[in-house]
Design a protein around this ligand. Structure first.
Ligand SMILES: C[S@@+](CC[C@H](N)C(=O)[O-])C[C@H]1O[C@@H](n2cnc3c(N)ncnc32)[C@H](O)[C@@H]1O
Length: 264
């Protein structure tokens, strides 16, 4: 199967790789994954083999491992994977696009955490979910989050200094202009300035430009069904990471979806 290259998450995340952990330092992955794990247990997760797709620098992978899962990671960005391999040297990581995942084995859980599916254009969402569903064992669970309308309107609309340190400055430039409607695409630019360790006056600058696609819940439901999965729960989450029902696209920052693969 051929998937057209409509945007380049790889380029965006390769550029951001060395700064990603600093940018997301305030995200408590132990808390977040702990809440999600509790949901998976409620739904009778059948084992502990987990594939973390869009694993990035391994922050989500490490949290899953600390929660007792045997983890394997995959990501399209070589730069992000390089950081992940340094973080978790004993974990198997694969360079792969989630829309064309190779045969990495079968897992009890496949996770895609922190905006991974928002890098996927609407037209490719079904292909992507089908590819990850193929990596699930019978009765295995797919869990993924997606940014809500509220997240784009509130957090992708302004410019702010995200990191302000003596040797590093990061600027978050959200490209969203009101009105931002369901299914639209948001552009985000993250600029990073780093002081050259060999000189007090020399700085380097890098710019990561991301295109994020909002996926309305009804589109996600259709794509999940088309991928041969059964949607078994949908939650909304805010900054406290507590899963709440029902999802409210105008209040929560993330939608959290859990789907089951039926026996083949
Ligand atoms: C916001 S980061 C999240 C990383 C990690 N899951 C975490 O929670 O820190 C999104 C990740 O998704 C990856 N990604 C985006 N599109 C992808 C694709 N088509 N296939 C595989 N990985 C992808 C990016 O390279 C990036 O590492």
């Amino acid at each position: 199967m051929t998937v057209a290259e409509r945007s380049s998450p790889r380029a965006a995340y390769d550029t951001l790789a060395d700064d990603y952990d600093r940018l997301t330092a305030h995200h408590d992955y132990t808390l977040w994954v702990g809440h999600i794990d509790a949901c998976l247990r409620q739904h009778g997760v059948g084992g502990r083999a987990l594939l973390d797709v869009g694993c990035g620098t391994g922050r989500s992978t490490a949290a899953w491992r600390d929660a007792g899962y045997q983890v394997v990671g995959a990501d399209v960005s070589v730069g992000m994977l390089s950081v992940a391999r340094t973080r978790l040297p004993d974990v198997e990581f694969h360079h792969a696009d989630l829309r064309q995942l190779p045969a990495l084995g079968r897992f009890d859980v496949v996770s895609c955490l922190c905006d991974v599916v928002n890098s996927i254009a609407a037209i490719d969402l079904g292909v992507a979910l089908e590819a990850v569903a193929a990596r699930l064992r019978d009765d295995g669970l797919l869990v993924f989050d997606a940014n809500t309308l509220h997240a784009y309107r509130a957090h992708f609309a302004g410019t702010e200094i995200a990191v302000d340190e003596a040797d590093r400055l990061m600027i978050w430039r959200g490209g969203v202009r009101e009105p931002f409607s369901a299914g639209e695409t948001a552009t985000l630019t993250i600029e990073s300035f780093r002081r050259d360790p060999a000189s007090t006056d020399a700085w380097s600058r890098s710019t990561s430009t991301q295109r994020q696609h909002h996926h309305p819940p009804t589109s996600v439901e259709r794509a999940v069904a088309a991928a041969g999965l059964t949607l078994i729960d949908v939650y909304g989450q805010g900054f406290d990471a507590v899963p709440q029902r029902p999802l409210d696209e105008d209040r929560h920052t993330k939608a959290l979806y859990i789907a089951r693969r039926a026996a083949r």
